[in-house]
Design a protein around this ligand. Structure first.
Ligand code: GDD
Ligand code: MN
Length: 377
């Protein structure tokens, strides 16, 4: 472009170019869906100023690479590639906070959400009629026909629990498709949980009815390519969210699970001791030590599978994690015995001293495991 022409053309002000709507799309192994989704967004949102932020948790299928290549051709696309982290809610929260548009939508990448509803949702926010618009499967005009019977049952049951326990008034708090005013979201963002799947439920429960909400029906479609990441373990995440919201974040599901695993460990310990001592005639001290090692190992594996499933150690890290876990638990045992002794010293009540020691042990093990074994990388 020559200089004369450059000055002749009116340059749009940067503000006029800023997006009005950010669409946040969490992705994990969605390489075959993102291009199609972007094409559909272009069609639906033609004439609006918008952007799309893909938040990818370092997908093994290199979804982030596909998004980057797309972004080279269109500045409306951005990619947030997160390393060492997993989780739908956390991804959505980060994506929303990484954008600046006054209105933000969240939708899945797999084309199960109906993007043609977006302009209508935006209209409701812009007119001030709503501060949060929910894409709903469970109101007149919506549907979830692509669900099998089992999945439908689980979804309906969870919805019922959420509505009762958290006093959530909307028909489909489990939906993953919604649009919200940025300023309202920013207000409640610090209270949201980054764990689990249920970001909308969390938003609605945290806002305690203060968000003017409108539901828009849509038909939950079938996944185009790839597979769902929802497994039976998300029930645990759901439980954790309910617990956290009911107790004002005082009780963490992670700690409860850790303590539960610990009590299973006690059982494993006694069982091993019994078998080694009574069946195989191993001397008591050796049998007791063996029981402790077996219990620590099974505790480690259970915690890795259940308590820290979102940060699960794999491959070689399992071995080094296990060794550190042994160390943490050994020190925990010293702390346990130390506390029990000093309590007993002051008040010789056996169960009080024992319980204080055990509590000290589990709190120590929990805190130190979080720092040294399943640390956030
Ligand atoms: N970044 C990131 N990290 N994205 C993820 C993760 C993750 O750990 N897990 C899933 N996703 C992305 C998927 O790539 C997809 O774009 C979207 O989140 C939804 O995941 P699906 O695996 O397709 O979930 P679904 O279809 O079984 O569940 C959907 O429907 C539920 C309602 O029944 C989701 O919208 C749920 O939020 C919703 O509750
Ligand atoms: Mn899906």
């Amino acid at each position: 472009m020559n200089e004369a022409l450059r000055t002749a053309l009116p340059t749009p002000s940067p503000a006029a170019l800023a997006p009005q709507l950010s669409v946040v799309v969490p992705t994990f192994n969605e390489r075959d869906n993102v291009v199609t989704l972007f094409e559909r967004l272009k069609t639906t949102l033609a004439g609006l100023s918008w952007e799309v932020v893909f938040v990818d948790d370092n997908s093994p299928d290199d979804t982030w690479q596909v998004v980057r290549d797309l972004a080279q051709q269109d500045p409306r696309i951005r990619c947030l590639r997160r390393i060492g982290r997993r989780g739908l809610s956390g991804a959505c929260i980060e994506g929303i906070l990484a954008s600046s548009a006054p209105y933000v939508a969240v939708m899945d990448a797999d084309l199960q959400h109906d993007e043609t509803q977006l302009p209508k949702m935006l209209g409701l926010l812009r007119s001030g009629e709503a501060e949060l618009v929910v894409g709903s499967r469970y109101i007149e005009g919506g549907s979830a026909d692509s669900f099998n019977r089992q999945r439908r049952g689980v979804s309906e049951f969870a919805t019922l629990i959420a509505k009762r326990l958290l006093r959530v008034a909307i028909a489909d708090p489990m939906s993953g498709f919604f649009m919200v005013r940025r300023d309202r979201f920013e207000q409640i963002a610090p209270q949201l949980s980054v764990h689990g799947f249920k970001i909308l439920l969390d938003i609605v429960a945290t806002a305690r009815g203060s968000l003017r909400t409108v539901e828009v029906p849509f038909k939950f479609g079938s996944r185009l390519a790839g597979e769902s990441k929802l497994d039976s373990m998300v029930a645990l995440d759901f439980l954790g969210l309910i617990l956290a919201k009911l107790t004002g974040d005082a009780v963490s599901l992670r700690f409860l699970l850790f303590a539960l695993v610990g009590s299973v460990g006690l059982f494993v310990h006694l069982l091993t001791l019994d078998v080694a001592f009574n069946v195989f005639d191993v001397p008591f001290t050796e049998a007791h030590v063996l029981g402790a090692v077996v219990a620590m190992t099974s505790n480690f594996l259970l915690n890795n599978f259940l308590t820290y499933r979102d940060q699960r150690l794999k491959g070689f890290a399992i071995l080094s994690g296990l060794l550190v876990f042994y160390l943490v638990c050994s020190v925990g045992l010293l702390a346990n015995v130390g506390v029990a002794f000093s309590v007993y010293d002051q008040r010789p009540i056996w169960w009080l001293a024992g319980a204080a020691g055990a509590l000290m042990g589990v709190v120590w093990n929990y805190a130190m495991s979080g720092v040294f074994v399943w640390r956030k990388r």
